[in-house]
Write a protein that binds this ligand. Sequence first.
Ligand code: PLP
Length: 469
Amino acid sequence: MRSWVDSSSQYCKMSNIDQLRNRIDEITLQMLRLFKDRTDIARQIGELKKSSGLGVTDEAREEQLRVRVTQMCKDIGLDESLGKKFLNFLLNESVKIQSEGKQTHLTVFLKAKALEQQGRKIIHMEVGEPDFMPPAAAKTGFDEAFDGGIVRYGPAAGMPRLRAALAEYAIRNFGANATAENILVSPGGRFAVYLAVNTLLNPGDEIIIIEPAWPAYRECAINAGIKVRTIQTRLEDKWEPSITQIEQAINSNTKMIVMNYPNNPTGKILAPAIQDRIVEIARKNDLYVLSDEIYSLYAYRDWKSVLANNYEKTIVTQSFSKSHAMTGFRIGYTVADKSIIDRMVKLQALCITNVAEPIQYAALKALNSDLVQYKKSMKSKLDTVSEEARRIGLEFLEPDGAMYVFARAGAGIFDGLDFTNRLLERGVAVAPGEGFGNYRGFIRISVAQDENKLKEGMKILDEVLKGYR
Ligand code: PLP
């Protein structure tokens, strides 16, 4: 039988728990009030930044706060990594608020499509979509898939035949050391990036992105509660990232660095020595390297895949969209260590079951098509636009590859967004630089168009630009 002493001490404990719970509740509510204040201030800062032409992220300012948070964690005895994760959550919320209404190549594309619906003619130089047809083998692949009954559910990682063929392709073209187990077939390179970020990183972790960059890396990370650390590169430095800056951005929460060469939007290909150095830094700090190599076919100087570095924490994302002009098929793939692929497959199975089998079969048939003409044609388009851009006085670095010219259209208060809107009214769509980072004075011109249209588009661009000078 329990004595009254037992039950009274039990009563005391319960009352203590209740008191402590009440305190926790109060602290939580107080934190929410402070969070609301913080959010309001972040919004005000965002408005001021917008009206002064400043970009959203300010790495130096964030670093100042990070140093203070680190010191405070030491002073009050809070785990430093936890403190920084909490800070990352707060910083991300500010970035989200301040990025509202930001325009990217996709917003311009949608506006251009809406104008076309009204019967307007638009020259599309905003999206990176090759204007050539996919290889004929993709078409016969469809018929064969239908006749052969390849029209059912399949394994989440992809058709075994396609995975095996992609592994061989990666060995031959990228110097990979791969088998079918190292391949995941996904609906486009975009989803491969999403899977990698969402399975390998956790909220509060940090990811390093070298800007200017394709916006989806940042958006994927922010959506998953991951803090983006930006390495800003400059036209004046030939878009080369500073190794010191990368090293300084790494801390115990840093988990991944993203590379994308040939680069969207600059067309830059890093010298192999710099690329190797970055992979070495990642290896030393145990970081994942996410290398998006979707433009590898369109490389017009020495290019090597990060797969050739043989670093086990490398994830290479690839696609049929650009190399095989198969954007509408929505098919891409990842090459990585089996343990990484297995994790990504689980999320893919959850989200989409598998990529449509007829699409996979068509891709299998198209994989080894002769792509020489695509490569030559893209080079000719790049040369045409570069020549026109030089003629009209744009500042840019001659692209080493990909399908874009990223040019400074104006300096100082020049507003690339206003410019792209005015240009769209004249029937030409280009992408504003601000979609790729803090590059307000820049525009990205996609060269994936018929050459006559490119010339006409550049002529109109020149006329609109003259209105600013
Ligand atoms: N990665 C980069 C750098 C891109 O520019 C794009 C599309 O423009 C993609 C990935 C997405 O390609 P996909 O069509 O395979 O999803």
